[in-house]
Design a protein around this ligand. Structure first.
Ligand code: MN
Length: 270
C-alpha cells in the first residue's frame, strides 16, 4: 500500500536536540507518511531559543546516519541549512518540528524553538507544523504513544486541507494515553499571567543567583483557548500567522496618525 504522502520530501527537526526521544517519535511518524524523510536537528538542546539565528560563530554539520544530520546551532539554523545546503536542489514539501518534550501553549509560542523551526519553514514557503507533548512529572517518562497514534492522520488532514502561506500550525497533545484523549480541538492561542516563577537562591559564596521557572497562572477568563482545550483532554490545533500586524489597531492608528507632508518648495533665486 502506498504511503499517504509518498513523493513528499519531509524534513524533521526540533529544539530538544538530535538525541531527543520526541524527535525519534516524530521520525517514526514521518516514515509512516513518506519514504523520503530527512532529519536535521540541533546537536545540543535549544529549548527557549525562539527564532534566533546564529550570526557570530561558525556552524558545523555532522552526518550522524543516512539522511540524518546534527547542526551546532539553533532550530532556525537547522531549517536554513537543511533547505539551502543539505537538501539544496530538492527542498522539502513539508517540515515537521518536535515532538517537543513539554507543551507550547499560549505565549510559549514566542519563546519556543520548536515553533520557531516551523516559523522558519513558513518563511521559506514550506508548509510547516510544530508538535509538543504536555507532561506532568518526569520528562524521562514521557510516553509518545498518543503522538504516534493520532499525528499521522492529523498531518495528512492538514496537508490535504492545505496550509495557507504565512501560516504555521501549532499542535499540542495532552498528558494522556491514546484512549483517554477527548478529541481534536482547533483553538486560539491562550494567555497565562506571570506567576511566582523566579526563584532566588544563594551560591556557596553567599551570592544570589536566579532561576526562571515554569510556574505561571493561566488566564481562565478566556475559556475557548488552547490552554482550556488541552485541560479538557483535547489535542489542540492552533494556526499562527507570521504577519504580526494587528490590523484593527493599524486602522485606528492610520486614521489618527497618518499625515501627508507637502514637499518643501524650492526657494526661487537660490
Ligand atoms: Mn524543547
Amino acid at each position: 500500500m502506498p504511503l499517504p504522502l509518498d513523493g513528499t520530501r519531509i524534513l524533521v527537526t526540533n529544539d530538544d536536540g538530535i538525541e531527543a526521544p520526541g524527535l525519534a517519535a516524530l521520525e517514526r511518524i514521518a516514515r509512516q507518511l513518506s519514504s523520503d524523510v530527512w532529519v536535521v536537528a540541533p546537536a545540543t538542546e535549544q529549548s527557549g531559543a525562539a527564532h534566533s539565528l546564529t550570526l557570530h560563530s561558525p556552524l558545523r554539520i555532522s552526518e550522524r546516519a543516512k539522511q540524518r544530520f546534527a547542526v551546532t546551532g539553533t532550530p532556525t539554523d537547522c531549517v536554513v541549512l537543511a533547505v539551502r545546503e543539505i537538501l539544496q536542489g530538492h527542498k522539502p514539501g513539508l517540515i515537521l518540528s518536535g515532538v517537543n518534550a513539554g507543551s507550547n501553549l499560549g505565549e510559549d509560542v514566542t519563546y519556543s524553538g520548536t515553533v520557531a523551526a516551523a516559523m522558519e519553514g513558513t518563511l521559506l514557503d514550506i508548509p510547516s507544523v510544530a508538535f509538543s507533548q504536555m507532561y506532568n512529572g518526569d520528562k524521562a517518562k514521557i510516553q509518545w504513544d498518543s503522538a504516534e497514534h493520532y499525528l499521522p492522520d492529523l498531518i495528512v488532514q492538514l496537508v490535504e486541507m492545505g496550509i495557507p502561506e504565512n501560516t504555521l500550525i501549532n499542535v499540542n497533545l495532552p498528558d494522556l494515553r491514546p484512549h483517554e484523549i477527548s478529541g481534536i480541538k482547533v483553538a486560539p492561542q491562550g494567555k497565562r499571567k506571570l506567576g511566582d516563577n523566579i526563584s532566588r537562591r544563594l551560591d556557596p559564596e553567599g551570592r544570589p543567583y536566579y532561576w526562571i521557572g515554569g510556574v505561571r497562572n493561566e488566564d481562565k477568563e478566556h475559556a475557548a483557548t488552547d490552554l482550556a482545550a488541552i485541560r479538557n483532554g483535547y489535542i489542540t490545533v492552533t494556526p499562527l500567522c507570521l504577519d504580526l500586524t494587528h490590523y484593527t489597531v493599524l486602522e485606528a492608528f492610520d486614521a489618527k496618525f497618518t499625515r501627508h507632508f507637502s514637499t518643501p518648495k524650492t526657494v526661487s533665486g537660490v
